[in-house]
Design a protein around this ligand. Structure first.
Ligand SMILES: Nc1ncnc2c1ncn2[C@@H]1O[C@H](COP(=O)(O)OP(=O)(O)OP(=O)(O)O)[C@@H](O)[C@H]1O
Ligand SMILES: Nc1ncnc2c1ncn2[C@@H]1O[C@H](COP(=O)(O)OP(=O)(O)OP(=O)(O)O)[C@@H](O)[C@H]1O
Ligand SMILES: [Mg+2]
Ligand SMILES: [Mg+2]
Lengths: 256, 256
C-alpha cells in the first residue's frame, strides 16, 4: 500500500518544490510508481517537470472540485514511473469558493485511499502558507517531509509549524507524523548553515534526515529546462543528495 | 504627506522581509520618519528588528481588529526614526475571523490617512500569498515594491502578480502603481541571474529599479542579531545596495 507524503513549510523559498520534484524522481528511478500532486497556485512543480500551461486541465483545482474521474487529472511526465496532477492559478480561488462547504478540508483526503492503491509514493507540493490548500494536504497525508533552509529566519517558523502539526494531530488527522526534516541549501562556507543544523538537530533529534541538500546551482538551473536535476545533470552534488535521500527514506520506512 | 508602500510577491523567499527592513532603515537614516508594518504571521520583520515575542502586543493583528488607539500598536526600534507595528502568529486567524465582515478587505486602509500624516514612508511586509492580509495591503497602498529573486521560478510568478495588480486596480484601488521591481540575490557568477535580469527589464522596462541587491551573506546574518544589515555591517555590499536603493526611490518620487 502506498504512502502519501506532504512536502510543507509555511516559510517561503525553502526548497519545497525542488524537494518534491527531485525526491519523486529519485524514487521513480529505483522502480517505484510515484505521483506528484502540485497544490501550489504558482504551479512551480508542474513547470519544473515541463508541463505546459495548456496541458494542465483537468488538474488539482478540478480534483478538489467536482471531478468524477480522477484519472483524467493524472498526466505522464518526462520521468518513467512518475505521474503528476498539475496546478494552475485557479487554485488560489479554492479558499473562497469552498468557504461554505462542510467537507472543504477533506477534499483531497477523499481521493487518498484510491491513489494509495495505485502508487508506492504520493508527494504533495504545498504553497508557502497554512491556508485551506495546505490543510487539505495535512489531513490527507500519512506523513510530512519538511524542507528547512539553512538560514536564520527558517528556524523561526519551526515552532509555529510544530504547533500547527500538533493541532492537526489533535483535531483532524491523529495518525500524521514527521517523515523527516530536510536541511536544504546547506553551504559549508557559511557559518549560519552549521548553526542552523546544530539547532535543528537539538530541537528535532531523530526526525532530522542524515542526508543534507547542499546549495547547488544545478538544482536551480534544471527547472528552466523542464527537467528534474537528476535528468538535467546526474553528477551534480544536488542530484546525488536527492538520490541519497530516496535511499534514506526507504530505510526509515522499513524501520517503522 | 507620507507614502504607503506594500512590499509584496506571492513567491516565497524572494527577499520581501530583508528589503522591507533595510529600505525602511536606509530612509530613516537620511532623516525620514518611517513606519514598518509587519503583516506576515511568521513575524520575520519584527524579529529582524529585534522585537521580542513579549513586546508585540498590541500589533498588526489588533490593528486589523477592534483596536481604538492605533498609537498603542506602534513601537520604537533600534533605528532612530523607524517605528514598527509588529506581527504574531495570531495574524493567521484573520482570514477566517473576518470572513463575514463587509469591510474585511479595508481594515488596513481605514488607518492609512492617519498614518500618512505622521510618517514620510510606511512599508508593509507581506506574507508569501495573495490572501486577505496581502489584499488589505494592496488596497491601502499607494504603490508596490516587488522584490524578485534572480531565479527561474521567480519569473513564473510575475505574470500572475501582474494580473492580480490589474484586478486590484480595476475593482479595489485604482490609484495603485508599481513603485519598482527590485532584483535581489543577484550573483554575477550564476548565468541565471543575468538571464532573469534581461527578461525582467524586457517585461517591465522602466519599472525595474537600477539598483540591484547582490547575494550577500551579511544580509542573512544580520537578523540573527536583531539588527538591520546597515547597523550590523555598514560596509557590506548588501547594506550599500539598500542605501543606494533609498536614494533611487527618492529620486523617482521627485520625478512623478
Ligand atoms: N539546494 C539548492 N541549491 C540551490 N538553489 C536551490 C536549492 N533548492 C532550491 N533552490 C532554488 O531556490 C529557490 C527556492 O526554491 P523552491 O522554489 O523549491 O522553494 P519553495 O519552498 O518551493 O518556494 P515557495 O515557498 O515559493 O513554494 C528556487 O529558485 C530554487 O531553484
Ligand atoms: N541579498 C541577499 N543575499 C543573501 N541572503 C539573502 C538576501 N536577501 C535575503 N536573504 C536571505 O534569504 C532568505 C529569504 O529572504 P526573506 O526572508 O527576506 O524573503 P521573503 O520573501 O520575506 O520570504 P517569505 O516569502 O517567507 O516571507 C532569508 O534567510 C534572508 O536572510
Ligand atoms: Mg514551491
Ligand atoms: Mg518575509
Amino acid at each position: 500500500k502506498g504512502k502519501l507524503v506532504a512536502v510543507t513549510n509555511q516559510k517561503g523559498g525553502v526548497g519545497k518544490t525542488t524537494t518534491a520534484i527531485n525526491i519523486a524522481t529519485s524514487l521513480a528511478a529505483i522502480n517505484n510508481k510515484v505521483l506528484l500532486i502540485d497544490l501550489d497556485p504558482q504551479g512551480n512543480a508542474s513547470t519544473g517537470l515541463g508541463i505546459g500551461l495548456n496541458d494542465r486541465f483537468p488538474g488539482s483545482y478540478e480534483m478538489l472540485g467536482e471531478l468524477d474521474d480522477l484519472n483524467e487529472a493524472i498526466k505522464a511526465t518526462v520521468v518513467p514511473g512518475l505521474e503528476i496532477i498539475s496546478a494552475t492559478v485557479d487554485l488560489s480561488a479554492v479558499e473562497i469558493e469552498l468557504v461554505d462547504e462542510k467537507d472543504r478540508m477533506h477534499r483531497l483526503h477523499k481521493h487518498a485511499a484510491k491513489l494509495k492503491k495505485k502508487y508506492n509514493y504520493i508527494f504533495i507540493d504545498c504553497p508557502p502558507s497554512l491556508g485551506l490548500l495546505t490543510i487539505n494536504a495535512l489531513i490527507a497525508a500519512d506523513s510530512l517531509l519538511i524542507p528547512l533552509q539553512c538560514e536564520f529566519f527558517a528556524l523561526e517558523g519551526l515552532s509555529q509549524l510544530n504547533k500547527t502539526i500538533e493541532r492537526i494531530k489533535l483535531n483532524l488527522n491523529e495518525k500524521i507524523y514527521i517523515e523527516g526534516i530536510l536541511l536544504t541549501m546547506y553551504d559549508k562556507r557559511n557559518r549560519i548553515s552549521e548553526e542552523v543544523k546544530k539547532e535543528v538537530v537539538k530541537y528535532f533529534g531523530k526526525d532530522v534526515f542524515n542526508t543534507i541538500i547542499p546549495r547547488n546551482v544545478k538544482l536551480s538551473e534544471a527547472p528552466s529546462h523542464g527537467l528534474p536535476a537528476i535528468l538535467y545533470d546526474l553528477n551534480a552534488s544536488g542530484s546525488k543528495a536527492y538520490i541519497k535521500l530516496a535511499r534514506e527514506m526507504i530505510r526509515r520506512l522499513k524501520r517503522r
